[in-house]
Design a protein around this ligand. Structure first.
Ligand SMILES: [Cu+2]
Length: 146
C-alpha cells in the first residue's frame, strides 16, 4: 500500500469514529471545537494551565462525576494542591446548575469532581477556575445533556 492510501484510510477511520461518537450530537468539531466531546482538553484562557476534564460516565441529566487533571502549560508538570471551583450554566436559558457536591484531590494532578448537577437536557457551559500558588486560570467546557 502506498503512502497516499494509508493516509486516506487513516483519515477515513477518524471520520467514521467521529461520526459514530457524535452521531447523537448536532456538531462534529463545530465552532466551539471540543463541544460535546466526552473528554475535553484545553489550555486555560490565561495560558498558564492545561485542563483535562473527563466524565466518569456519559453525561446525564442529574448528577455527574468527572475527573479534572491539571498541568502547567509551560512545563507540563502536574499541578497539586490547587484550589478549584467548578460551576455550570445553561447559556440558552441563563440559569445555573445546582452546583457541585465535592471536589477532592486524587493525586498526580488529578481531582475528582463529584455531583455536578445538570438539571435539564441541553447544552451546559462548565466553568472551571483554578488558583495555585498565586497563579489563576480558567476554562470553559461544553457538554450536551441528552
Ligand atoms: Cu435550562
Amino acid at each position: 500500500m502506498n503512502e497516499t492510501n494509508r493516509i486516506s484510510r487513516a483519515r477515513f477511520s477518524r471520520m467514521l469514529l467521529c461520526a459514530i461518537v457524535f452521531s447523537s450530537l448536532a456538531a462534529c468539531g463545530g465552532a466551539e471545537g471540543t463541544s460535546g466531546s466526552p473528554d475535553q482538553e484545553s489550555i486555560g484562557l490565561r495560558g498558564a494551565l492545561e485542563f483535562t476534564l473527563v466524565p466518569e460516565a456519559p453525561i446525564i441529566q442529574g448528577e455527574n462525576d468527572l475527573r479534572l487533571t491539571l498541568h502547567d502549560a509551560a512545563t507540563g508538570k502536574v499541578i497539586e494542591g490547587a484550589s478549584i471551583q467548578v460551576t455550570a450554566i445553561m447559556p440558552a436559558m441563563g440559569h445555573e446548575a445546582a452546583g457541585v457536591l465535592a471536589i477532592e484531590e486524587a493525586g498526580d494532578g488529578a481531582y475528582a469532581v463529584r455531583g455536578l448537577a445538570l438539571s435539564m437536557p441541553g447544552r451546559w457551559d462548565v466553568h472551571v477556575k483554578v488558583e495555585h500558588q498565586g497563579t489563576t486560570d480558567e476554562v470553559h467546557f461544553y457538554y450536551d445533556v441528552p
